[in-house]
Design a protein. Sequence first.
Length: 632
Amino acid sequence: MRPVILLSSCVLVAMLSGCERDLACGTDLRYDRGRHRCICPNGGEWRAEDRTCVLPDGSVTPLDDAGMGDGGMPCEPQVFHRDADGDGFGDPTQTTQACERPSGYVDDASDCDDACESCRPGGSEVCDAEARDEDCEGGSNEGCACTGTGTRACSGGTEEGECTAGTQSCVDGVLSECVGAVGPVAEVCNGRDDDCDSAIDGPIATLACGSATRASAVGCSAGECRVTACTTGYRDCNEQFEDGCEVQLGTASDCLSCGDSCAFSCNDEGCDDVVQVATGAFHTCALRAGGSIVCWGSNDRGQLGDGTTAARSTIQPVVGITNARSVAAGTYHTCAGLADGTVRCWGWNGWGQIGDATTQDRPLPTSVAGLTDVATVTAGGHHACALGNDRRVRCWGAGNGGDGSTAERQTRPVLAAGLADVVSVSAGGGYTCAARGAEHSAWCWGGNIYGQLGDGTQTSRATPTRVSGLTNVARVHAGDRHACAVRTDGTVACWGDNAWSQLGDRTTTTRLTAVAVLGVSDAADLALGYGHTCARLGSGVVTCWGRNAHGQLGDGTTAPRATPAVIDGLDGVVSLSADHYGFVDIYGGVGDDNQVCAVTNGGLRCWGSNLVGKIGGGTTADRPSPVTIVVR
């Protein structure tokens, strides 16, 4: 008997797993194998306990309303999309199936942001800071020049100096016009950066000042146009740019207009404002109150500083010097200490006495190498020295540096060894002397043929050596072959060559150590020449002694004097200078062409040799008595 095989749909599809579960869900539901749940026709999850369908949004519908057609017959479910923001556009990622559209669902699936009611296809882009895509075109704030309602700095401007780019506001995505913008304008002298180049009152501001009456130079300082230099013979005493250089120094009516700086000799010839004088071998220079320097006399080596080598019997300004504090003249060179602490020299440079590390002559002022903090300067025969604010001495030129070197020349400054606390320095014919402050001593170095170093020998010294037996020194002065010191009690001591009684001891005996000058007890300053000596006394008069071949003693004669004699008619003297140049002629004879100049309360007075017009006044005749030299 053959077995009977019963066929059924389940048996026929026994290989297809899930049949029993589909039958378990019933004919109105389908089985979700992934979730192991029965799903209603509307996509909701079947809940057997109350025979309802739970949609993804949590809403509940009866089975009859969840996918059954008219008459309770099942329908073909449709896909609906969640519309959470109620703008009529559905979220393509949030769907459900149902025979009819559930509440909160729509047919559309084009919403790009279902949490934003204003974000929908065809919407209007809003220019704001929230970065939403209101028109659903894939970006935010398209076409907006700005967002929000704030302000910003305008583009294309600058914020340097007085310039500002200004600001502009954002209104509905459109930037307003710039407000408050300030652009660069031409620079003027007002203490502002008008052209916005990060420089206040730059060179253009000076040009904007224009010119001032009788001014040779103008400038801009602290926002004001100022006269910085006047033409010769004029001065800006009231510091008012509008009237320029209003004072003519050559007239009696204007003489006192500048106060102390012009309270000098006034007469029909002019107003003299010299504050220091320096005498070289064949030329003379004067420092004026304003810081300029004028020179006259021989100029064969450019020692007048006017850029030429032409001799001048009348006063010529030194080119480029406007802020000098001291001036010194050597044999054929001149030096000036400037207000900024530097030094400039000009003239002969064969021994490196210009100090620029060369031996090339300089007819114009040239900076001395490495000096930046100088208080005063002195010039010897073929060398020069500077006293620094550190009270130390630096020298350059013909082998007198004091640094221990035996080189015949130093073309740039060297420091004098072991010498500190210096209060006075003086360069002589081939040597240098200095006075120290606290111990009131004198020290010298260099050539010593005539005992001019005062150490009891005639041996040259490459480093400073103390002058023997000399105490209470206030100032020291060096001539060509002899030196002297003013002591703290006003007496004077000298040493060295004494061929013409220039040591003042009423002899002609050379002295290797210091001896007292007889008849001088209240000296304030000295000026030493080749064979003579002059002293400025505390009373403002001058007394001289020694050689007098050209009237350098100022007594109206050419007779030598072994003892000091006061110069008649000369008073109110504030400073002295004598050149100390001497020579030996081809027959072995000794000579000099010395002159002396004094700055007085009544102007500049000079006497002695006037070779090549070095005294001035337009002549070359010697002057055995003081004559007034008008500097204007």
